[in-house]
Design a binder for this molecule. Sequence first.
Ligand code: MSP
Length: 634
Amino acid sequence: MEKFYITTAIYYVNSKPHIGSVSEAIAADVIARYKRLSNFDVFFSTGTDEHSQKIEAKAKELGIDPQKFVDEAASLWKTIFDRFNISYSRFIRTSDPDHTEVVKDFFVKMYEKGDIYLSTYEGWYCVRDETFLKDSELVEGKCPHCGGEVQRLSEDNYFFRLSKYRDDLLKFYLENPQFVEPESRYNELLNILKGGLQDISVTRKSFKFGIHVPFDEEHTIYVWYDALINYVSAIGYLTNKEMFSKYWPADLHLIGKDITRFHGIVWPAMLMSMGLPLPKKIFAHGFWNLEGMKMSKSLGNVVDPVEFAENFSKLSNITFAKSVDVLRYYLSREAIFGLDGDFRMESFFRRYNSDLANDYGNLINRTLNMLSKYRNLEVPPYSVDDEFVAFAKSKFNQYKEYMEKYALSFALDRVFEIISYLNNYIQVKEPWKLSKETGKLNVVLDTLLEGIAYVSVLLQPFMPNITAFILDEFGVENRNISEYDGQILKKNVLNLFEPIFPRLEKEKIDLDKKTEENEDNVIEISKVKYDDFAKLDLRVAKILSAKRVKNSDKLIELKVSLGKEERTIVAGIGKFYSEEGLIGKKIVIVANLEERRLMGITSQGMLLAASTSNKENLSLLTVDKDIEEGAKIS
Ligand code: MSP
């Protein structure tokens, strides 16, 4: 199986995620899911960048130990990424011990090679961007990139001999014109290389929070030197050589357009110094603006993705998870990936109502209603229209081509062309006039059903929750992304269900914009009010039986006893527990959660479990004394 290693930038934790940072993780997740569903062995890493001066300053301001601050902040980021279904293989933190060791290893090796040397730094430092600046670079005494205040530095620093790698880098760029995309970003970097490179400072003396130079403890390693190395530590550079050699070099570093110089020049030079292969591609996406304006905490126009999804979920009456899917869809469809995007309420509502509620949602509703009316919900024998098959094949080829180029919005356009084809097919074939022509009506109904199933397969990377529901309802077993080659719908009888995307009349959503007085004052370690916690009905439950769910390697169907009643719970623990090993265990469940259907089975609650950060192991929460089933946990 071919491997695919994809990374996002790692995020500073002094502020909480906003729509821009989350959009990058979502795009990477869409690509990772697409690759997995296309039979690649994918490793997807994301995480947090914790050793910056602004983070130390923020912790000081709050009177918290910096390590404690980053621990809580990183956990908040991770929780939010989990809520957005970011299917990372590793959530790396620069404070992780294995990463720290790799940074030291790089530093010592590069020093021993003569690529790092001690000298004096005289110049400026922008804390907001964590960047060293020369006199000539300042604009009216401020940072040329973010307009922020700069500090004068005059201290002994270790330097990386970046200039030594200029010729090799230039040669590499000229030989690999697709190393950096889009082309405009490649050209910017090529011009920098043509202009020549200077050595860069890679340690700080006046700042303590971070990784220290092993042979000169007074020096703290510069946050960017530390952070870039995460891409190799995430895959076990020192701790798991086999995994490292399997996944390195990275196939794709996905980053924003503001950090191309570090990724396209500094990082490759560090790798050359270490004798490691360079990543295959760096793709720099654009920035999200809000209603035509730059998103900035100081302007108070930052969209909090969680609040947005929560508000939208209330407004549209769909679950939070589905609301997240709608946002993921909007972010993927609305901007051409690589260019800037404009987050606008009006376009968000238009996309929801017209693409999702009207085109996709309505196609499903109309088809199921016709199946109910004409066939009592029984699926006709396989009889898909050849013309549709040819159309779906040609659209798939285009979809695939775009997905491979990370042109996500264009790939979605192709899927929606299939959806339009199917909606139009209903108009043209007028199934309501075919009630006496069994064969013809069968073709129309089957084409629509198979068509819906197929577009849902193609939409999985973008809307994993919604499509899982549809594919479960339609009984689609093979969910791999491939050319349509006949019968994917395996159920004989379907169910009617509520519209997935209820149409919205209200054209406004309260964005809950926050005006922050101070740019950094955004991270709050969220606390739950006691009353909110008390709404959860947590109970001890005894497992009576366990059975693997057909066609799923993850799901196990459990029957549990709560003393007075029995419940069915479908849990994703199949990779970690055997059926027999579960019977008799007393576990903890959330007993008042909305019911959910998974692979056609209704799950009446959720069990609690802890998983290791690499998601390779999982342990069920149990009680440590013999407490009776149904006991309430408080
Ligand atoms: N910590 C560094 C990256 C180190 S990678 C070895 C950093 N962090 S950041 O939190 O400031 O930005 C993280 C990512 O979010 C970057 O790729 C950045 O371009 C992206 N975005 C930040 N604001 C954004 C938008 N408004 N829109 C889209 N992406 C945005 O830089």
